[in-house]
Design a protein around this ligand. Structure first.
Ligand SMILES: [Zn+2]
Length: 216
């Protein structure tokens, strides 16, 4: 298999998904430097790092989520982390004696089992790993107890909101009580999933709840 890969690599060398140069990398260093950031409004509780329409972002998330290949995504990760720090600084979230708590948006256990991993959990894990002194993490206190239709399959905003209603449950209210929480997800469109999770965490005593996604 390794030999086959080497031969295939030789015949069809990898191209950068942005500039299409044959340099044997899915995302070359020059293009990585050019990846733009999302401009978030400082008043928004839901904010994002990168524009999904950019080919490097689209490719990285697609490979990560559906092909279990995080190699391109890992190149974007330092940028994603830096945007998060900037946004939290702007929102004065660090003016507090407790570290912000990263909480990944959970998958229902059936979907988790089918995919084999939760991409949001891995994103939160890697951000925490870059900066363990600044971030705390909790991956088990919030669960998805209702297996809902994927939001992407529902076109209407109102129906999306209804679809997701009541799907989250807090298992460890003590873990969230009085904390500044940052929900982590890979991508947001209308934000209804994040809004619902924010509502549930607020109800269980969280101080401030923000949501941060890699792309939008
Ligand atoms: Zn390139």
């Amino acid at each position: 298999m390794k030999l086959l890969n080497t031969i295939l690599q030789f015949i069809f060398p990898k191209r950068c998904v942005v500039c299409e140069k044959h340099d044997d990398q899915n995302l070359c260093a020059d293009c990585l430097k050019e990846v733009p950031q999302v401009r978030n409004k400082k008043s928004e509780l839901v904010f994002s790092a990168l524009p999904y329409r950019h080919p490097a972002v689209k490719y990285s998330l697609w490979e990560f989520k559906f092909k279990n290949n995080p190699s391109a995504f890992m190149k974007l990760l330092p940028l994603v982390h830096d945007v998060l720090i900037d946004e939290l600084t702007e929102r004065s979230i660090f003016n507090n004696f407790q570290n912000p708590l990263l909480v990944p948006i959970p998958l229902h256990k059936n979907r988790h089992k089918a995919r084999g991993f939760n991409q949001s959990e891995l994103i939160a894990y890697h951000i925490h790993k870059i900066n363990p002194d600044i971030f705390d993490i909790n991956e088990t206190g919030l669960i998805r107890s209702k297996d809902t239709e994927p939001q992407a399959k529902i076109a209407n905003r109102e129906l999306r909101k209804k679809n997701i209603e009541g799907c989250f449950e807090v298992l460890q209210p003590n873990a969230f009580h009085n904390r500044n929480i940052i929900l982590i997800d890979d991508i947001t469109t209308t934000g209804s999933t994040l809004q619902e999770a924010m509502k549930v965490l607020k109800k269980s005593g969280a101080r401030n709840v923000y949501a941060f996604t890699v792309a939008k």
